[in-house]
Design a protein around this ligand. Structure first.
Ligand SMILES: [Fe+2]
Ligand SMILES: [Fe+2]
Length: 172
C-alpha cells in the first residue's frame, strides 16, 4: 500500500483505533495466537486497498473491516455444550459486533457499514451481502483467515467451534 494511502487509512479509523474498548481487542485471541485487534486491522487494510483498486467506497471498507469482529468476549471462553449450531460464535458474533459498534461509534454507522459487519460471515448469514463493499470485506476476512483454511482440522475455528488446541498441536 502506498504511503499516502496508509496515512489516509489511519486518519479515517483514528477514533476507532484509539478507543479504549477497541484497544481491549489486543487481549482477545482470535485464530491461533493472533489478536482480534491485529486480525481486524489486517482485514481493514486489505479491504481498504481492494476498494481503492476497484474505485469503491474505501472509507466504509476501512471502518466496516475494522469493526467486523468487534464482538464482546473472547470466543474461546464461550460455552459450546448444549447450544444449537446457529447459536455458536460463528453465527452470532457479527450481530454482536454491530451492537458494540453502534454503542461505541454511533456517529460512524451507516446502512452500508451495518451490512458489512452483519453479513461478513456469508455464507453463514441468511442473506448475502447487499453492497460491493460488503463483498470486499467478507472476501478479505477469508483471505486473511487463510491460515485457518489451509489446515482443515482448524476450520471449525473459523466457525468458532473448536474450543482449545490439543497439546500436540501447540508446537506446529
Ligand atoms: Fe468474524
Ligand atoms: Fe474476521
Amino acid at each position: 500500500m502506498k504511503k499516502e494511502e496508509k496515512k489516509e487509512f489511519y486518519k479515517i479509523v483514528a477514533s476507532i483505533i484509539n478507543n479504549k474498548e477497541f484497544q481491549r481487542r489486543k487481549t482477545f485471541k482470535h485464530h491461533g495466537d493472533e489478536s482480534v485487534f491485529d486480525h481486524s486491522l489486517k482485514v481493514a487494510l486489505l479491504s481498504y486497498s481492494l476498494a481503492k483498486k476497484f474505485h469503491l467506497d474505501a472509507q466504509s471498507c476501512a471502518i466496516g473491516g475494522l469493526l467486523h469482529d468487534f464482538y464482546t468476549k473472547p470466543w474461546m471462553d464461550n460455552k459450546v455444550k448444549g447450544k444449537k449450531i446457529t447459536e455458536l460464535h460463528g453465527f452470532v458474533h457479527a450481530k454482536e459486533a454491530y451492537q458494540n459498534a453502534l454503542k461505541e461509534f454511533p456517529y460512524l454507522m451507516t446502512p452500508k457499514i451495518k451490512d458489512i459487519i452483519v453479513k461478513h460471515m456469508f455464507p453463514l448469514t441468511p442473506l448475502p451481502p447487499s453492497y460491493a463493499e460488503s463483498w470486499i470485506v467478507t472476501l478479505s476476512d477469508k483471505i486473511v483467515s487463510m491460515s485457518v483454511f489451509k489446515k482443515p482440522k482448524d476450520l471449525p475455528m473459523y466457525l468458532g467451534i473448536n474450543k482449545k488446541k490439543k497439546r500436540s498441536d501447540k508446537n506446529e
